[in-house]
Design a protein around this ligand. Structure first.
Ligand code: UDX
Ligand code: UDX
Ligand code: ADP
Length: 452
């Protein structure tokens, strides 16, 4: 069996590496039109940082795992084609700012139709709006020279930073297909790939539309929990309650559960905001404005939480941060990843720059060029924004520290030394509730957390 995966990103790369590791008899080739990205996958420095991934790639690469820019030839030779291209939020035209931009999906479907001469199973891996399979089917049907296609939905539930353990031991694998004999056969083929390491009872099969929708709904429910606890964090700050104590108390109710109740500066990442906006847009297009408004509030609350954090910094620093040096610890959207898409850090840094602060960012895994272009736009510079190579360097002569990503190393810094090197009064704003505020206050910091 030969698998081709189109798109060598955060989803396609790790997923295919694990399939290749667990299924040595299947030849897995990941293709991407971005030659630099493919070169990085073939080098010692992989293009994405993900704990455990280096070892998986080292073992499988060259054996039955390959990375290539030859998109067409790899598609032509494959039995199963995973589509893992990006589906960003549209920035123009109808649905701008909310609908998914499906042009990469469509272009892939056209390429598949053009070069295929043998039957193919096409698997949607990218998160896509419900009914995308229909779009793909129509493009294939209109352009094929006779090859037979089955389109499946197999959404990826891995979280960045834990991609390898998530793939090794998934809560479930979801496969949606057409409820026809040909559809069922295609589903069974894909089930047989995962069944090599995933217990059969964790592989769920559904119709295509349930599978496509489940991905959006899973992310909407997860994000809703964070927005719910973040909403309560504002109330905690107003009342003297401690949000971590509240989260612990409610999480003990097994109907609520303890996970995803960590109050923060706001959720980020490539999925949550995009998928909820997608869901909202979908509801509106099906004539369900009340449902759309309900889910849209999850995103509005997240925007509020990000704004609230920078506003609190401004207020605590006597309503002016102009020309004050502010150290931002962390830039990735969460720890253990170099991904910065939709990171709350981008909003926080922009808000501070708008107040004419001198912002110094330090992140252990995000390159300086990425930080600059995320905040300012590609190729732009601003003398007020600089990047440091350590937390200590960033905090030197600063008036305040803002912890925006929960990297483990920020828990064990020598805050006594950092305090000595800062302007007084020295403030610290913990946007992730990872440091001990009482200890910092004992050192002399004015220390603030989220919801406490
Ligand atoms: C609730 C809380 O569960 C309890 O912890 C608190 O002390 C008092 O309020 P109660 O109102 O008695 O208890 O019942 P509960 O089981 O929570 O159900 C409340 C309503 O939600 C019922 O109408 C129930 O039918 C409905 N419900 C519950 C659903 O519609 N779907 C569900 O999945 C669960
Ligand atoms: C998410 C889903 O978890 C995953 O199943 C899906 O396939 C893709 O989207 P990911 O975006 O990689 O994964 O990270 P996740 O761990 O879900 O965190 C998302 C954001 O929420 C991060 O910014 C994180 O810091 C934040 N978060 C998470 C909180 O603020 N509080 C929490 O309790 C949990
Ligand atoms: P994700 O987080 O969903 O994996 P990424 O942006 O990290 O998203 O990865 C998507 C990849 O898909 C990118 O590397 C991009 O170059 C690639 N891609 C997009 N369209 C095509 C295409 N038509 N052919 C090949 N690769 C593509």
């Amino acid at each position: 069996m030969k698998i081709c995966c189109i798109g060598a990103g955060y989803v396609g790369g790790p997923t295919m590496a694990v399939i290749a590791l667990k299924a040595p008899d299947i030849q897995v080739t990941v293709v991407d039109m971005n030659a630099a990205r493919i070169a990085a996958w073939n080098s010692d420095t992989l293009p994405i940082y993900e704990p455990g991934l280096d070892d998986v790639v080292k073992e499988a690469r060259g054996r039955n795992l390959f990375f290539s820019t030859d998109v067409k030839a790899t598609i032509a030779a494959a039995d199963i084609i995973f589509v893992s291209v990006n589906t960003p939020t549209k920035t123009y035209g109808v649905g701008s700012g909310r609908a998914a931009d499906l042009r990469y999906i469509e272009s892939v479907a056209r390429t598949i139709a053009e070069v295929s001469t043998t039957p193919k199973i096409i698997v949607e891996k990218s998160t896509i709006p419900v009914k995308t399979a229909e779009t793909i089917q129509q493009i294939l049907a209109a352009n094929t020279s006779g090859a037979k296609f089955q389109v499946l939905s197999n959404p990826e539930f891995l979280a960045e930073g834990t991609a390898v353990p998530d793939l090794f031991n998934p809560d479930r694998v979801l496969i949606g297909g057409e409820r026809t004999p040909e559809g069922d056969a295609a589903v069974e083929t894909l089930v047989s790939v995962y069944a090599r390491w995933v217990p059969r009872e964790r592989i769920i099969t559904t119709n295509l539309w349930s599978s496509e929708l489940s991905k959006l709904v899973a992310n909407a429910f997860l994000a809703q929990r964070i927005s719910s606890i973040n909403a309560i964090s504002a109330l905690c700050e107003a009342t003297g309650a401690d949000v971590d104590e509240v989260a612990n108390a409610i999480g003990k109710d097994s109907r609520i559960g303890p996970k995803f109740l960590k109050a923060s500066v706001g959720f980020g990442g490539s999925c949550f905001q995009k998928d909820i906006l997608n869901l909202v847009y979908l509801c509106e297009s099906f004539g369900l404005p009340e449902v759309a408004a309900y889910w849209n509030q999850v995103v509005s609350m997240n925007d509020y939480q990000k704004r609230r954090f920078s506003a609190r910094i401004l207020k605590s620093l006597f309503n002016t941060v102009a020309d004050k040096r502010i150290a931002v610890f962390g830039f990735a959207f969460k720890k253990d990843t170099n991904d910065t898409r939709e990171s709350a850090a981008i909003n926080v840094v922009r808000d501070l720059l708008a107040e004419h602060a001198n912002v110094v960012v330090y992140d252990p895994k995000v390159p300086a060029a990425e930080i600059m272009s995320d905040v300012l736009g590609k190729g732009e510079t601003n003398p007020r924004l600089t990047v440091a190579t350590s937390a200590y360097e960033a905090a030197l002569d600063a008036h305040a520290i803002a912890i925006v990503t929960e990297w483990d190393e920020f828990k064990t810094l020598d805050y006594t030394k950092i305090f000595a090197d800062m302007h007084k009064p020295a403030s610290l704003f913990d946007g992730r509730n990872i440091v001990d505020l009482a200890k910092l206050r004992a050192i002399g910091f004015r220390a603030h957390g989220i919801g406490r």
